[in-house]
Design a protein around this ligand. Sequence first.
Ligand code: AMP
Length: 286
Amino acid sequence: MQVIRTIRGLRVWRNHLTSGRHPLGFVPTMGALHEGHRTLIQRARRRCRTVVVSVFVNPLQFGPREDFAEYPRTLRADLTMCRQEGVELVFAPSIQEFYPSDFQTTVSVNRLTRRWEGAIRPTHFAGVTTVLTKLFNLVKPDFAFFGQKDYQQAVVIKQLVKDLHLGVTVIVCPTAREPDGLAYSSRNQYLSSVQRRHATVLPKALAIGANALKEGRRSLRAVSRLMADMLQAEPGVTVEYVAICDAHTLEPLRRPQRDMVLLGAIRLGRTRLIDNRLVKAARWPR
Ligand code: AMP
């Protein structure tokens, strides 16, 4: 008989019993699949023997005045993409199936969800972490694939998995972008053609900020101002936030450091867009 005292030890023992050699990859989505989702599925396909995609527009992660009702639902096209990419299983439950009427449990991550998206969308992350806890329990994936596009979400999910010992390896994949730099998003289809042109200011401003930091600009206040001014000058754009943060804690920074993330959110009419840039390499010493 063995006695194991560490979580890691328990996991290694448990994984040897079953699927360890045939990893299962999982890509959770809300459907309306686009090229960004496709890159996640392809990454899962390369890494894992079996790939599961979920398509579920999760009501819990929308606020009362948000776009749950209008959110695009394109299951037929989603299934075509999944078939093309060799996905083994699509899990697409109904709301009643997933949240029976007596459902009453919420999972939430605290500190990391207070700022940025969490400040503007107060119930959003609890909705995300609750749906993912359920999905991870159901699918029991070895690897789960998320986009860097939703940077704060990715950090929150890593924390969730760590805190609750969910036993899935979270892989964060690079943001897939249109040729003009705009990140693919299911919400881009809400934009008029004029708004669509102005929307590229978000990736442009973040890229300019990131370059300034890489070149060694030390005043974060000046770099933030540069990005905010650029966003504000764009017709039709309302800036929700633009900030230079610690890439792990998401706290705003006063001074440059090694791992920084630039987070931005804007509105064009009623459409919200978010984007980010990671700045890892820096010239200054720690
Ligand atoms: P959603 O369907 O919006 O919930 O997104 C499902 C997953 O796709 C999340 O992990 C997102 O971060 C990811 N994703 C969305 N847009 C992109 C993109 N442009 N590039 C890479 N991943 C993305």
